[in-house]
Ligand binder design. Structure first.
Ligand code: UD1
Length: 417
């Protein structure tokens, strides 16, 4: 079993480089199979989620070469094989193989996706999109069979602006006949990154980043060279760490606009933060003003930063309110943080967090990826030693987290016990 041990109360200074975005990479790797020739994706983070997707690509018959931060994929040898639960359950984003395989082969068989248990997370909107494009869907136990004689462009309205459904429908529609319009599309930067990638391969997509995406199907797609955008959630996580522990902590390789919901909130709370073109410098402060956050789709406050941010709220003067509107089960970190001294109350999807309180190190469990990040932050500011178990969740999403924090002065270790 692997654990993370942290000795708290050390100030952090120096620089942290932000890696490529997990949520872009996990879509770009499956999307690569749509090309007929080699694809090079650079700035792919080395995390277990991307490792598993590369394994699935290899299982399907692609040649995958990783050289430092780049992944080169030869998709021409891919075969249409059943993606079984052993693969699909390892991560949520395995669902992108559905759209990509359907687009390429007009037929896909795969088991249900896995991922963090932060809510019911149905994929009905993905399936509704595939059906609108002409596919039929049958299920056998936990296996989906999606099949189409041909895929034809369609007008698709998403009841919820879902990131996964928007990307998956784009993947299925780029090689369909005619025009597809996705209404109420999600607008997250990762969607723009994936659309740019597909366009580099020869697709015709306009409107990515707005709520209406238009796709004109093309006959074939070619390989390309593409760069993953910086991870805005990783950037946000380290920014929150800086607000609590920073001594001129510089966080670079960021797109500041992508984390504006967070940095504006921090400024409103009294943070000492300087924002440059592709970096920010942050210093810790005490006596932050309490505040309210409500998670929303981009450009609103990201649900993925709600859990890390809640640790900062333990250091605010007064009671802060956190309203989660995207995932119904995203407060599992709170009982863990309570073991460390957090004082909170929760009613449905609203939590109130009291501050300021001292946190004390103890044994805590990472229940999901961003809950794990919140425990790391708590460990960094707590008195004494914090031991985190279930760390696989954390390693799924944060590249080199131990080294990055150690390099700026944290006392943090990954141990095998
Ligand atoms: C993606 C991100 C995740 C982030 C989330 C919201 C990846 C791999 N993960 O997750 O980190 O927290 O966006 O920004 O990119 N929904 C349905 N039916 C569907 C699809 C979604 O009801 O078919 C619901 C979900 O249960 C959720 C909401 O829509 O309540 C938003 O989910 P969605 O945007 O799809 O999130 P994911 O793509 O799963």
């Amino acid at each position: 079993m692997r654990i993370i041990e942290i000795e708290g109360k050390h100030d952090l200074s120096g620089t942290i480089k932000i890696s490529g975005a997990k949520n872009s990479s996990v879509a770009l790797l499956p999307a690569s199979i749509l090309a007929d020739t080699d694809v090079t994706i650079c700035n792919v983070p080395e995390i277990t989620d991307t490792d598993v997707l590369c394994e699935i690509l290899e299982y399907l018959g692609a040649d995958v070469r990783r050289a430092s931060e780049s992944v080169v994929i030869t998709p021409s040898t891919i075969q249409n094989k059943f993606i079984e639960a052993d693969f699909s359950k390892k991560l949520r984003a395995s669902y992108y193989f559905m759209g990509a395989m359907l687009g390429k082969f007009k037929h896909v068989e795969m088991s249900l996706p896995g991922g963090c248990s932060i809510g019911a997370r149905p994929i009905n909107l993905h399936l509704k999109g595939f059906e609108a494009l002409g596919a039929t869907i049958t299920t056998e136990d936990d296996k989906y069979i999606v099949d189409a004689k041909e895929l034809k462009g369609a007008d698709i309205y998403l009841d919820i602006a879902s990131v996964g459904a928007t990307i998956n429908i784009m993947l299925a529609a780029v090689l369909a006949k005619g025009k597809t319009v996705i209404e109420n599309a999600a607008k997250e930067p990762e969607i723009v990154n994936v659309a740019t990638f597909l366009n580099n391969m020869g697709a015709k997509i306009t409107g990515a980043g707005t709520s209406q995406i238009r796709i004109t199907g093309v006959e074939k797609l070619n390989g390309c060279f593409h760069e993953v955008i910086p991870d805005r959630i990783e950037a946000g996580t380290y920014t929150i760490i800086g607000a609590l522990t920073g001594e001129n902590l510089k966080i670079y390789n960021i797109i500041p606009e992508h984390i504006e919901a967070l940095t504006s909130k921090l400024e409103e709370m009294g943070a000492d933060i300087e924002i440059g073109a592709d970096y920010l410098i942050i210093n810790k402060k005490i006596n932050y003003k309490s505040t309210n956050i409500k998670t929303l789709v981009y450009p609103g406050f990201p649900t993925d930063l709600q859990q890390p941010f809640s640790v900062l709220l333990t250091k605010c003067i007064g009671t802060s309110k956190v309203e989660e509107t995207i995932f119904e089960n995203r407060f599992m970190h709170l009982p863990e943080l309570e073991k460390m001294g957090m004082r909170y109350s929760k009613n449905g999807m609203i939590a109130h967090i009291e501050g300021p309180v001292e946190l004390n190190g103890t044994e805590v469990i990472a229940t999901d990826l961003r809950a794990g990040a919140s425990l790391v932050i708590a460990g960094l500011i707590a008195n004494g030693k914090t031991t985190i178990t279930n760390v696989e969740h954390i390693l799924r999403g944060y590249e080199g987290i131990i080294d990055k924090l150690t390099d700026v002065g944290a006392k943090i270790e990954l141990k095998e016990i």
